[in-house]
Design a protein around this ligand. Structure first.
Ligand code: SIN
Ligand code: FE2
Length: 216
């Protein structure tokens, strides 16, 4: 494994390339973090965080909800995108304008023009929560990038190759960082190491990650 940020927190505005079409935009979401978190609070009031179950019957450690026309869900029947929140039987809350604006700007900065996201998976991590290496491949169109926004506690993101066993970069993602991967890097394995118990000034012992996608 390779650790890119050996020398502490990188400066806001820095760009760290993890591949020819994968980049971390340091602090890109910092100016709108309060607006993003207020929007998450409103979303969660309608479609609460819940722990989903894998098709194999395991409970996923990360708690999730969604906004946008489509939301990612998992249950005994499989992984899929659905327009309806199965927990409350209503459409997912609409994608807030600040999510759209940030995602389109970050995608453009990473070289992906014309990104039109229709889905945002919102994940909540607590100390000890991890996300195993996986590929994002339930979306219809792999031409569109994934835009991932980190808020709250710092996490160590794993960014691997096209095979699960390939060596993975380890890169710390801090509050306000935005990672974008698409094109030749779109199907690379990625995950999150178990979070340390290091509370964040605004969010306490939580990390919230937004992954904004074009699913349909
Ligand atoms: C994901 O892969 O869906 C989430 C990545 C992250 O939490 O940084
Ligand atoms: Fe993912």
């Amino acid at each position: 494994m390779t650790t890119l940020d050996l020398f502490g927190s990188p400066a806001e505005g820095e760009r760290e390339w993890l591949g020819s079409q994968a980049v971390v935009l340091r602090g890109q979401a910092a100016p709108c973090a309060v607006e993003l978190l207020d929007a998450v609070e409103a979303i969660v009031a309608q479609s609460p965080f819940r722990q989903m179950v894998t098709p194999g019957g395991l409970t996923i450690a990360v708690a999730s909800t969604n906004c946008g026309a489509l939301g990612w869900t998992s249950d005994r029947r499989g992984y899929r995108y659905d327009g309806i929140d199965p927990l409350c039987g209503r459409p997912w809350p609409a994608m807030p304008g600040c999510f759209m604006h940030l995602a389109q700007q970050a995608a453009a900065d990473a070289g992906f023009l014309g990104f039109e996201p229709d889905a945002c998976l919102i994940n909540q991590y607590l100390p000890g929560t991890k996300l195993s290496l996986h590929q994002d491949k339930n979306e219809r169109d792999f031409n569109a990038p994934i835009v991932s926004v980190s808020l709250g506690m710092t996490a160590v993101f794993l960014f691997g190759g096209h095979d699960r066993g390939e060596r993975a970069f380890r890169i710390s993602l801090h509050h306000g960082d935005v990672a974008v991967w698409g094109g030749v890097d779109r199907l690379r394995y990625h995950g999150v190491m178990a979070l340390a118990d290091a509370p964040h000034a605004q969010l306490g012992n939580r990390r919230i990650n937004l992954t904004i996608r074009k699913a349909g």
